[in-house]
Design a protein around this ligand. Structure first.
Ligand SMILES: *[C@@H]1O[C@H](CO)[C@@H](O)[C@H](O)[C@H]1NC(C)=O
Ligand SMILES: *[C@@H]1O[C@H](CO)[C@@H](O)[C@H](O)[C@H]1NC(C)=O
Ligand SMILES: *[C@@H]1O[C@H](CO)[C@@H](O)[C@H](O)[C@H]1NC(C)=O
Ligand SMILES: *[C@@H]1O[C@H](CO)[C@@H](O)[C@H](O)[C@H]1NC(C)=O
Ligand SMILES: *[C@@H]1O[C@H](CO)[C@@H](O)[C@H](O)[C@H]1NC(C)=O
Ligand SMILES: *[C@@H]1O[C@H](CO)[C@@H](O)[C@H](O)[C@H]1NC(C)=O
Length: 348
């Protein structure tokens, strides 16, 4: 009877791959700590040295060897906890290998291309959907679009990884892994979508606000910045603001408690979508000229035209000096610009 049981167990084990694990003894634990732990320390010292960076090729080889040695070490010990450790190292090793392909830079570029609409195809898919299965569909249905972008924006090693592991990559990106939240490549890759909106939106907005406002001597160069801002900012604010809102709710690295600020910023940026560039172009040219007070009686002799305070005069001058299209939506354009400028002046 006993023999039969053992036999059954044996067959079962081999047929279904179910492991009958023995618990670790104190001496197993000691060996794990002494032998495997020592190799782990070596690996850790490399990680300290190349903190968050992709190590050079020769170091990568050494680290790969260390990973393999650690996994072998735990496997040799063979008891339950040791095998669990081995499995954790397998996951970590895979994560590290993917990281080493430069996948983070690659995804940052991919997200950037979406925000800036540098490729025509990206608007067709919901890459940023908060629903995991919709997002998964975007990456599966949008595969050729994804590669249209990444084949140009990403390094060879990222591309090699992506082309040979695309489905696994989509899983990585769209499935929350087991284990503690906010740990691992899944979260790191998803959080990258928040970086670009932060850096472009915030720095551009702040540099914009900073630059419009000073009313110094050299108005011409100051207003050039305003104009350049509109020229250079090619990001789609609808997408950026949508993603940012999501970042506040779900991101692991995004600073919390800034919802109100982002709300304000996005509201301002929404207005920018309605900006009449001709208005700004002509405003820029007016502010850089010495206007003739004889022609425009509203212009004060001493102080000149106070464009942002005297709306009627601003309109009179623009009507005389600007092409017709510059006056389209004049009220809103003037109001918005003046609000920014006056806000800043009050602060000074
Ligand atoms: C790689 O490991 C070998 C053997 O331990 C060592 O001699 C060599 O200096 C290591 N290389 C690097 C770049 O750390
Ligand atoms: C995107 O589409 C526009 C208009 O259809 C076309 O002129 C442009 O060349 C396309 N851009 C790319 C990068 O394919
Ligand atoms: C990437 O691959 C292409 C084609 O396989 C090759 O021509 C190019 O030199 C590679 N670039 C780098 C940086 O290895
Ligand atoms: C994955 O690897 C990267 C780079 O080595 C590291 O920053 C990250 O913490 C790792 N995540 C996990 C869960 O091991
Ligand atoms: C910005 O993206 C949204 C959503 O994809 C799209 O509907 C809209 O047309 C885009 N705006 C511009 C100016 O391209
Ligand atoms: C201002 O305009 C008047 C009337 O057109 C003209 O006589 C005068 O020369 C102009 N002054 C300047 C400085 O351009």
């Amino acid at each position: 009877m006993y023999i039969l049981f053992i036999l059954c167990l044996y067959v079962f084990n081999h047929t279904f791959g179910i492991q009958i694990l023995k618990n670790c003894t104190p001496s197993d634990r000691q060996i794990a700590q002494d032998k495997c732990g020592a190799i782990e320390e070596l690996l850790d010292s490399y990680f300290e040295k190349y903190d968050g960076q992709i190590p050079p090729e020769d170091v990568k080889e050494n680290m790969t060897d260390l990973y393999k040695n650690i996994m072998e070490c735990y496997e040799m010990i063979g008891c339950q906890e040791a095998l669990e450790s081995k499995m954790n190292f397998e996951v970590e090793f895979e994560n590290w290998s993917i990281f080493n392909t430069g996948i983070k830079d690659c995804m940052a570029e991919f997200y950037g291309a979406i925000y800036e609409e540098r490729y025509n195809c990206t608007n067709e898919f919901e890459w940023f959907s908060t629903d995991p299965s919709t997002k998964r569909d975007a990456y599966l249905n949008g595969k050729s679009c994804f590669f249209e972008v990444t084949s140009i924006e990403c390094s060879n090693s990222s591309q090699n990884y992506l082309t040979t592991n695309y489905n696994k990559f989509v899983d990585l990106l769209t499935q929350k892994p087991d284990g503690p939240a906010c740990e691992g490549l899944h979260y790191e890759l998803n959080d990258l979508k928040c970086n670009q909106p932060i850096s472009t939106l915030f720095t551009q907005t702040f540099s914009f606000f900073g630059k419009v406002m000073p009313m110094g001597e050299d108005k011409k160069s100051e207003y050039k910045e305003v104009y350049d801002f509109f020229e250079q900012d090619k990001t789609n604010k609808t997408i950026t603001c949508m993603v940012l809102n999501d970042c506040f709710k779900t991101s692991c690295t995004f600073p919390k408690g800034m919802e109100q600020m982002i709300g304000t910023v996005c509201k301002e940026l929404k207005k920018m979508d309605n900006v009449n560039e001709h208005f700004f172009e002509c405003m820029k040219s007016i502010l850089s000229q010495k206007l003739n007070g004889t022609v425009y009686s509203c212009i004060q002799k001493e102080s000149g035209l106070d464009f942002f305070k005297d709306k009627d005069c601003a309109k009179e001058v623009m009507t005389g000096e600007c092409p017709e299209e510059a006056l389209v939506d004049f009220d809103n354009q003037w109001k918005w610009t003046s609000e920014i400028v006056n806000k800043k002046e009050n602060k000074n």
